[in-house]
Design a protein around this ligand. Structure first.
Ligand SMILES: *Cc1c(COP(=O)(O)O)cnc(C)c1O
Length: 390
C-alpha cells in the first residue's frame, strides 16, 4: 500500500478525505459500497488490484486508509469485529510464546486470552500496569508481546505507554487497544507502540449500528503478517459494514470533542454529590493519574464510572429511573448508555477478584453521549434525588 497521501492535513480533514477520493469511473463523491465477491480480470495474471473480496475490496480499502491516517499509521487492516482484530494480532505468536497483559482488560479480550488461546500453547500474565515496574518484572525470555489497554474499562485507570515502550525488549511487540481513547485523544504509535487495535464498533463507528475492528501499524513486517492472516483466517467486514464505519469515522473529531465536554460536565456534577462515593474520570483533577492523562492524551474521552452510596437496591432503582441513559452493553455511540459492570460486562470475573479491583455492585459505568449536557445532568440528578441512599 502506498504511503498515506494528505498526511500533512489535520485530523478532522483526514477523516473526511483520506482514502475517499471521487470514484474514478463515475465521479461518485462518496466511496460506493462495492457489493461484489469477485472481479472480472483483464487477462491471465492481469487485474486491477482486486481479485476476491475476502482478500481485498475497494470499500474496505478506503476504510483501512482512512483509519490508518487517523492513527498516523501507514497500514490499516480492517476486521469483522474488535475481537477478530485482536485474534489476528495474537496470530502473530506461536505456541510457547508468552504475553504480558493489562489486568484491567476488556471482558472479551480476557475471555479470548484465558479460554481460547491457552489451548494453542500461548501463556498470559495479567499485571496491574498502573505500576510500569510490574510489567518489567513479568517479562520472561519467551515474552513476545505486551498488551496494553488505556484508559481501562470500567475503572478508567491509565497505563503510561512511554514507560512501557522504555522497558520493552527487542522482539517484544507492544500492542495498545485504543478503543476507549480513540485516535483523536491518544496516538499510541507516536508514543512508540508497534500496533494499535480498535473495536470500531465503539467511537469510530460512533452510532451503535455496526460491529467492526481494525489493526494499525507502521511496521511493514507486522502489518504484512496481519494482512496475511486477514485473508488466511477470513474475519473480514462486509462492504456495507466498511462503508457504515467510514461514514461514522468522518465525524470522529466533532463527536469526540462533544463526548469529552459532556463527560467532564457529568463527572463534575456527580463529584459534587454527597450520595456518590467516588467518580472515575481521567479529566477530573482528583483522578490519581490526571497528570499522566494530561501528558499522554489530548483529551479525556467520553467514558466515566462512579460508585454510589447506599445499597444495590438503590443502584437498581436509579438505573430504572433515568430517561436518557439506556441500560446497555457497548459504548461510544451518540446516545448515552449506562452499564452495570458487575452483572454485565464484567460478570464473568469471579466476585472476589472483581470486588478487590473496585468493581462492586454499586459501580455504574456511563458512556456519555452527545445530547445536550444539561439534559444529561438533569436526568441522572433527578434519578439520584428520587432514590436517596438508605
Ligand atoms: C468492545 C471492545 C472490544 C471488542 O470489540 P468488538 O467489536 O465487540 O468485537 C475490544 N476492546 C475494547 C476496549 C472494547 O471496548
Amino acid at each position: 500500500m502506498p504511503k498515506q497521501p494528505l498526511a500533512d492535513l489535520a485530523f478532522a480533514t483526514q477523516a473526511i478525505h483520506v482514502g475517499q477520493a471521487a470514484e474514478p469511473t463515475t465521479g461518485a463523491t462518496i466511496v460506493p459500497i462495492f457489493a461484489t465477491s469477485t472481479y472480472t480480470q483483464l487477462g491471465i495474471g492481469e487485474h486491477r488490484g482486486f481479485d476476491y473480496s475476502r482478500t481485498n475490496n475497494p470499500t474496505r480499502q478506503a476504510l483501512e486508509r482512512q483509519l490508518a491516517a487517523l492513527e498516523a499509521g501507514e497500514f490499516g487492516i480492517a476486521f469483522a469485529s474488535g475481537m477478530a482484530a485482536t485474534t489476528a494480532v495474537l496470530n502473530l505468536l506461536s505456541a510457547g510464546d508468552h504475553v504480558v497483559v493489562s489486568e484491567d482488560l476488556y471482558g472479551g479480550s480476557y475471555r479470548l486470552f484465558t479460554k481460547v488461546l491457552p489451548r494453542y500453547g500461548l501463556t498470559f500474565t495479567f499485571v496491574d500496569m498502573r505500576n510500569p515496574a510490574a510489567v518489567s518484572q513479568a517479562l520472561r525470555p519467551e515474552t513476545k508481546m505486551i498488551w496494553v489497554e488505556t484508559p481501562t474499562n470500567p475503572l478508567l485507570n491509565l497505563v503510561d505507554i512511554k514507560a512501557i515502550v522504555g522497558m520493552r525488549k527487542s522482539g517484544q511487540v507492544l500492542v495498545v487497544d485504543n478503543t476507549f481513547a480513540t485516535p483523536y485523544f491518544q496516538q499510541p504509535l507516536g508514543l512508540g507502540a508497534d500496533i494499535v487495535v480498535h473495536s470500531t464498533t465503539k467511537y469510530i463507528g460512533g452510532h451503535s449500528d455496526v460491529v467492526g475492528g481494525v489493526v494499525i501499524s507502521n511496521n511493514p513486517d507486522l502489518a504484512a503478517t496481519v494482512r496475511f492472516h486477514q485473508n488466511a483466517c477470513g474475519a473480514v467486514p462486509s462492504p456495507f459494514d466498511a462503508w457504515l464505519t467510514m461514514r461514522g469515522a468522518k465525524t470522529l473529531a466533532l463527536r469526540m470533542r462533544e463526548h469529552a465536554t459532556n463527560a467532564l460536565a457529568v463527572a463534575s456534577a456527580l463529584a459534587k454529590r454527597d450520595d456518590i462515593e467516588s467518580v472515575n474520570y481521567p479529566g477530573l483533577p482528583s483522578h490519581p493519574q490526571h497528570a499522566l492523562a494530561r501528558a499522554q492524551m489530548q483529551g479525556f474521552g467520553g467514558m466515566l464510572s462512579f460508585t454510589m452510596r447506599g445499597n444495590f437496591d438503590r443502584v437498581k432503582a436509579v438505573v430504572k429511573a433515568t430517561r436518557l441513559f439506556s441500560l446497555a452493553e457497548s459504548l461510544g455511540g451518540v446516545e448515552s448508555l449506562m452499564c452495570h459492570p458487575a452483572t454485565m460486562t464484567h460478570g464473568s470475573i469471579p466476585q472476589q477478584e472483581r470486588e478487590s479491583r473496585g468493581i462492586t455492585d454499586r459501580l455504574l459505568r456511563l458512556s456519555v453521549g452527545i445530547e445536550a449536557a444539561d439534559d444529561l445532568i438533569a436526568d441522572i440528578t433527578t434519578a439520584l434525588d428520587t432514590y436517596p441512599p438508605g
